[in-house]
Structures are given as structure tokens and as C-alpha cells.
Design a protein around this ligand. Sequence first.
Ligand SMILES: C[S@@+](CC[C@H](N)C(=O)[O-])C[C@H]1O[C@@H](n2cnc3c(N)ncnc32)[C@H](O)[C@@H]1O
Length: 271
Amino acid sequence: MDAAQDLDVLARFKDAQKQAWAHYAPLEVATTPTAARLVRHAGVRTGQRVLDVACGTGVVAVTAARLGARVTGLDLTPELLERARENSRIAKTKIDWHEGDVEKLPFEDAAFDAVLSQFGHIFAPRPDVALAEMLRVLKPGGTIAFSTWPPELMTGRTFTLLGRYMPPPPANVSPPHLWGDPNVVRERFGTAVRDIVFDSGRRTIAALSPEHYRHHVEQHAGPVIRLVESLSTTDPDRLEAFRREFEQLVDTYLEENEVHQDFLLTRATKI
Ligand SMILES: C[S@@+](CC[C@H](N)C(=O)[O-])C[C@H]1O[C@@H](n2cnc3c(N)ncnc32)[C@H](O)[C@@H]1O
């Protein structure tokens, strides 16, 4: 495949992502507490210039702005940015919102004191390109921090399961859960940062049963929406098999009507 074809494949991949994430807003109930956890992990302070990458409904951005930071949020999906604008209006915060792609950030070099992403930049197909962009717009001495899903835990295992049922992704698309492996994160940072600090957090989602949880994510979580769309017409039996396997997986993490999803927090300082 030549370079132009490669870019075309990536553009189509991102377009599909954009459509699939359009229904994510109701999940902000679950990502609101974890946003505060990331903002604390990053040590966001009053007056800092902060970028929230793949900001979705703006939960991280608004949390940082309420601490007095000067915040910019960027996301691929216009429907989520609409909700983000509403969130900042309700919270009486002033945030600079941008529709855009983490692989091509529309900001100058060294424009921010902190660059954050909660479960977001991991969906960019090319981790090296996304990370290079996040580091480019960060000042030397600035903080990069993100929350990601470890491959061996609930959400990472869901990505692996989805991968078994989906048609193989284009060759240049990296799976999101690799960002949840501290060794991979260290390797990707290379010599661009110092003082890498890892921690862990937990997202909980209320669910009466594994089936309730499955219904919920089939309506709101981009990667699952894409799978259901693709299999419901081409192979309904395979879709049923996915649903049973997924419910079994969810059952392992369902306790007292809450699905527990543990995640990795990373923080580092740009050299
Ligand atoms: C799981 S949601 C997380 C949203 C938000 N950070 C939160 O914590 O609620 C993933 C987000 O990544 C965004 N996204 C996916 N690929 C992207 C890209 N290449 N550039 C910018 N945003 C992207 C989606 O639009 C979606 O808002």
C-alpha cells in the first residue's frame, strides 16, 4: 500500500470512530469521578494552560477549569463537543473547544503546561503520531498525564474480545489497550520524558445484571456499537456468540450491582 492509500485508510477509520462515539454522552456519569482522579494525578494548578485531548463531553476539561486552569479541549466528535460546551456553560467555566484530531493538533509548539487525556488518545490509530503531537504542544518541564485500560483487566479484555469478533483492523491501526501496559508506555515515551509515575484507579458503572451492562454499552460505547452494526446484518449467530462471551466476562467484574473497571494512571514530565 502506498502512502496516499495509507492516509485514506486512516481517514476512513477516523470517520467511523467519529460516528461510533457520537452516542457516548450518557457515559459521562461514570467518567466524571475518574476525571477528578486524573486531574489530581496530573497536579493541575490555578493559572496553568491545560489541554484535554479527546475530551469527549469535557469532564476532564471542566474539572481542570474549576480549579482555575486555562483550559482547551479537543475532540473528533461534534456531538460530544456540543455536550462539552453545555457542560462548561452549566459549570460557568470558560473553555476553548476545538473539533480536531489528536494526530494533528492545531496548536503551536510548547503551548501548554499540561496535556491530559482520559481514555481518549488511546483511540488514535497511530500511538507514535498521537504521542509526538501531545509532546510537541507541551512545554519542556510540562506534565503529560493520561488514564488508560490495562490489557489484562475488564475493559482491556473487552477490547481483545471485540478484536476476535471484528474484521481485522487496517495494518497501521494499533489496539487501544496497549496504552494500559506500563512497559509499552515507557517504551513509547523513550527519552522524551523523565519522572514517569504510574498509579491505578477504578471506574464503576451501575448495572442490574451483565445483560443490563451489555445493553448499555451497545447503545453508548463506540467500539461495541461498531461491532453490533457490523455483525447484526452479516452474521447474527456470531453476534449472539459475542454477546454470551461478553456477558460472561462482565459477570466476573459485577459486584453489588456495580461493574468494576480498573485503569492505569500515568504521569510524566517532558524533558
Ligand atoms: C471513551 S471516549 C472518552 C471521552 C472523554 N475523554 C471522557 O473521559 O469522557 C473516547 C473519545 O476519544 C475521541 N477520539 C477518538 N479518536 C480521536 C482522535 N483521533 N482525535 C481526537 N479525539 C478522538 C472520541 O471522539 C471520544 O470522545
